[in-house]
Design a protein. Structure first.
Length: 188
């Protein structure tokens, strides 16, 4: 089932999410609905609070970010589509890199965001198996962006106050629902 994506300004997007204690049909259904919602919106990541659920879970499928003519590693092929339950970033390292980010909850706004190039993440997968994986590059970036969501942080929190002033009118329009998207959204 395709769920509406909460728009910038919704209070759930600012809450720290709660851990998931056990696997259940509800969690399996949520994961399935999140995949359907993300693909419908043509996203590469989606966190539970973006669909109104205050749980520590997000999904990614970073495949669309890799250029079609670029060869991707076996690691990237295996790890670009994942479910993260109760993730913990245990290490961040490497050069800080800028990349132009956007967000399904904040349509039509993009900004250069600085993030570390390498992270180590401990998480449960959709079968509740424990994983500890090092991610680099675009995969690390997508994971950090989605992990921010489950901690009540949006990418717009990471931009300069000058840039924020420039986009404030657009943010206000999004908050008021004065925006059109190709996917279902929920406004205040």
């Amino acid at each position: 089932m395709i769920l509406p994506i909460l728009a910038y300004g919704h209070p759930i997007l600012r809450k720290k999410c709660k851990s998931i204690e056990e696997n259940s049909e509800e969690i399996k259904s949520l994961i399935s609905n999140m995949w359907e919602t993300m693909y419908n919106a043509e996203g590469v990541g989606l966190a539970a609070p973006q669909v109104g659920v205050n749980k520590k879970i997000f999904i990614i499928d970073a495949n669309p970010l890799f250029p079609k003519d670029q060869e991707i590693s076996d690691f990237e092929k295996l790890n670009s589509k994942k479910v993260f339950i109760n993730p913990e970033i245990t290490e961040m390292d490497g050069d800080q890199c800028y990349f132009n980010e956007g967000c399904l909850s904040i349509p039509e706004i993009r900004a250069e965001i600085k993030r570390p190039n390498m992270i180590k993440v401990e998480f449960l997968d959709e079968n509740f198996n424990h994983n500890s994986v090092i991610f680099k590059g675009l995969l690390a970036r997508v994971i950090l962006h989605e992990n921010d969501h489950i901690n009540g942080v949006l990418f717009t929190d990471k931009i300069s106050s000058f840039k924020r002033k420039i986009i404030q009118n657009k943010l206000d329009r999004i908050k008021k629902g004065k925006i059109e998207t190709q996917y279902k959204m929920s406004f205040l």
